[in-house]
Design a protein around this ligand. Structure first.
Ligand code: 5GP
Ligand code: ZN
Length: 133
């Protein structure tokens, strides 16, 4: 058994609030969101980070686009931060390739305000909005 937490989530050994899946990626809600709808697009294959492998980041592009549009439409987002951290010094804490999609809403603008966490985010309600018909 692997000790990589995202490999275990991909395998279904650890629960997550999934919102999308394709051949190369799964997307699930971040357990400690900065903003409502903060989602991780995660490689199904274990790759430590975005620069470790020439094709890995590109393989996530279709899922990033689909999930980014889904978040925008279902949550009425006004913008989005799309980012991936490479290395501990850059803030990476899980060493399995993932891209953060962080919806942004008017009123609190700019990259610094992204880090100012919103509180009392109801993850189940957000998942329902994203999966709802
Ligand atoms: P990083 O710091 O590596 O860029 O991002 C890792 C992200 O994974 C963090 O935002 C953290 O909240 C999230 N995370 C860590 N463990 C889990 C987990 O078990 N489930 C979910 N859904 N997210 C997790
Ligand atoms: Zn892994």
């Amino acid at each position: 058994m692997t000790d990589c937490i995202f490999c275990r989530i991909v395998a279904g050994e650890i629960p997550s609030r999934r919102v999308f899946e394709d051949a190369d990626a799964i997307a699930f809600l971040d357990i400690a969101p900065y903003k409502p709808g903060h989602t991780l697009v995660v490689s199904k294959r274990h790759v430590p980070e975005a620069l470790a492998d020439a094709g890995a980041l590109a393989s996530l592009a279709p899922a990033i686009t689909t999930v980014g549009r889904l978040l925008t439409e279902r949550l009425d987002a006004d913008g989005m931060n799309v980012l991936t951290n490479v290395g501990e010094v850059a803030g990476q804490s899980v060493f399995h390739l993932h891209v953060h999609l962080i919806p942004r809403f008017e009123g609190k603008a700019g990259i610094r305000a992204m880090l100012d966490k919103d509180h009392d985010i109801d993850l189940d309600a957000i998942q329902a909005r994203l999966l709802g018909a």
